[in-house]
Design a protein around this ligand. Structure first.
Ligand SMILES: O=C(O)CCC(=O)C(=O)O
Ligand SMILES: [Fe+2]
Length: 240
């Protein structure tokens, strides 16, 4: 399931568009592996930020809210440079797919740059940054959910694994689609360190016999049965 993935750090600065295969897989499956976007050193540096509370605007202990077990912290502004850069480049790479999806269901499209999209979020009162670090230890898990923080949302988000898969067992990323009048279907993804997965935030359009319809999607994380697993979540819409 988890093949060898070349380090593609250069893709962060160089990436202006997705590979056609990634675009197709996002639309077909609601998810696409984008390759390794961070080196082991970059993953280590990001993980180390978890213990610097000043970097974050809020910390969520999942069990307190029934979200699962484990915790996460939302970065405060200004975002760490590498997170800001990833968010900007990934937005620009993903927006053509977002706009293709919007066109299929007759929705308004998204502006070409994150700066413009962030201005829309701010105008709607969504001013708090949403990129986050998540930390799971033995026994921790993340219930199926959707990351919506207000009326405005971008339809695709990205998760990047910061831990080496040798450092933990379990903890697969889980994506479930709820098809109208059909049973739900789950896919699981085990990510290499630094590997990025783009996936649908809320729903994705599917072409039916009587026109396009929306398939609802939720994501979560299976129980970590040994060790520690940290991830970087990049959500493009800000929060109320
Ligand atoms: O830790 C993960 O793999 C999933 C994190 C998550 O829920 C998110 O990035 O929104
Ligand atoms: Fe999430």
């Amino acid at each position: 399931m988890m093949g060898w993935v070349p380090v593609q750090t250069k893709r962060i600065s160089g990436m202006t568009e997705l590979l056609p295969a990634d675009r197709d897989s996002l639309t077909r499956d609601g998810a696409a592996r984008l390759g390794r976007l961070l080196s082991a050193d970059e993953c280590l540096a990001l993980r180390a930020l978890y213990d610097q509370p000043d970097r974050f605007r809020s910390r969520v202990v999942m069990a307190r809210h029934g979200f699962g077990q484990g915790e996460y912290q939302y970065f405060a502004d200004p975002l760490p440079e590498i997170v800001a850069r990833l968010r900007e480049t990934l937005y620009a790479a993903l927006v053509p797919v977002a706009n293709d999806w919007a066109a299929r269901v007759g929705e308004a499209t998204y502006p070409p740059t994150l700066i413009e999209f962030t201005a829309c979020c701010h105008a709607a009162g969504q001013t708090r940054p949403t990129p986050l670090l998540l930390r799971y230890r033995t026994g921790d898990y993340n219930c199926l959910h959707q990351d919506l923080y207000g009326a405005i949302s971008f339809p695709i988000q990205v998760v990047i694994a910061l831990s080496d898969p040798a450092d933990y067992d379990g903890g697969a990323f889980v994506l479930v689609e709820q098809r109208p009048r059909r049973q739900s279907r789950a896919e699981v993804f085990s990510l290499a360190q630094g590997e990025a997965l783009a996936f649908a935030v809320r729903d994705r359009p599917v072409q039916g016999a009587r026109g396009p319809y929306r398939v609802q999607m939720k994501h979560g994380v299976a129980t970590v049965t040994r060790g520690e697993r940290l991830t970087l979540g990049i959500i493009f819409h800000d929060a109320l």
